[in-house]
Design a protein around this ligand. Sequence first.
Ligand SMILES: [Fe+2]
Ligand SMILES: [Fe+2]
Ligand SMILES: [Fe+2]
Ligand SMILES: [Fe+2]
Length: 426
Amino acid sequence: MWKKEYEVGIELIDTQHQRLFEYAGVMAGILGKDQSDEEFRAQIKEALRFLKMYCLDHFKDEESYHAQISVENYKEHKKLHVELVKDVLEYEERVVKSDFDHDEIENFLGFVADWLINHVAGADQDLQKLAEIKAGAPGGSMWKDEYLVGVEKIDRQHRILFDFVELINITLNQPLEAYEYEKKITDAVSFLKTYCLEHFKDEEAYYEQKGYSGLEEHKELHKKLVQKLLDYEMEFGATNFAPQVVKKFLGFVLTWLIYHVAGEDQKIKEADRAEAPVEEGAGSVHDFASRAKRVLRTITGLSEKDVDFDIGYTKGVDEGYAFMVGLVDGGDKQGIGLIYSEAIALGALKAMTSMEATEINEITLSALQEISNIVSSRIADSVTESLGGKFCDIEYPVRADINDIPDGSERFLMNTTIGDMEIIVY
Ligand SMILES: [Fe+2]
Ligand SMILES: [Fe+2]
Ligand SMILES: [Fe+2]
Ligand SMILES: [Fe+2]
């Protein structure tokens, strides 16, 4: 039953896994043996006892290994182990109740075999892969300590979310059989969804307890993400997990996560402190520019002096990637156009994730789309404020031809150390 492809690459753990598979095999052997009932019961009992003990031992070793290499989601992993132990005890009870009925034992063995294969070749290998990335590339992972909000539980959950997004990226780059690939992506996305729901519940409860005044708005952001995840699930189903769709998803979700955790979730640290005042009031081009700058800095981690804006510039970005966003009910303003130079398109992804991209692909484009979404929603907020709280909604950004972006009444250029971005409000 054991296969080499189940290896995680850590000798102790691999040997233990191999032995677990062997024990399951031993039990199956007992079933087929010609022997007295007495003997049969005694042997099954002994095998069960051994399997249980060995599992516990193995889990202990594996968990302490994970803790030691500090894979942040080892606690989640531990839950899987606890569940298995619970299930095994239930099965054992059923086997005993049925007076060691062969069918019951076979059921149990089938369950153990499935669990072993799925868990070892799934969760165990995934954790090991995460550990390898972390070990091999210091700072190479998406997580940055600047994202800490200082609340232990929330920080831990954020890290796990980042890990899972990273896992999707790893999966995308693995040479996998179609069914394996599909299973891994489905698992990761469904885990992400479940985990987001859990995290959002905890985070919102914490905000509530702190009396955070932005709670309702924040809840709305969470809700929107969940909706997006559901939409993507549908799209995955409809396209059979086409890599382009998964890449698009990845670009979106990582940008969302970074901005949300590095921006929105940080507000709890300075709960209810007003945002830094701007030189000119809401609805002014200065306000738009400084809001856009803040978004860009939050996402890329660039410092204050790395990003500058130039209002009244003469030469904009004449080649690159463009997105258009509609402003609905925004008074005189019709929409927002965003143009990114190739350098900033590649540089932003690298700054966000340490992922080195040499060409623009679905991940980069989808990340740009989400950046555009956040920037334009910030500009829309400013318009709303200037309209005295009147409703101003935005449409989701769409890819556009650079020449299709209308000339605007207000334009500004963001010069950054990683490239340029032009914003046109028309
Ligand atoms: Fe294991
Ligand atoms: Fe495990
Ligand atoms: Fe959060
Ligand atoms: Fe949040």
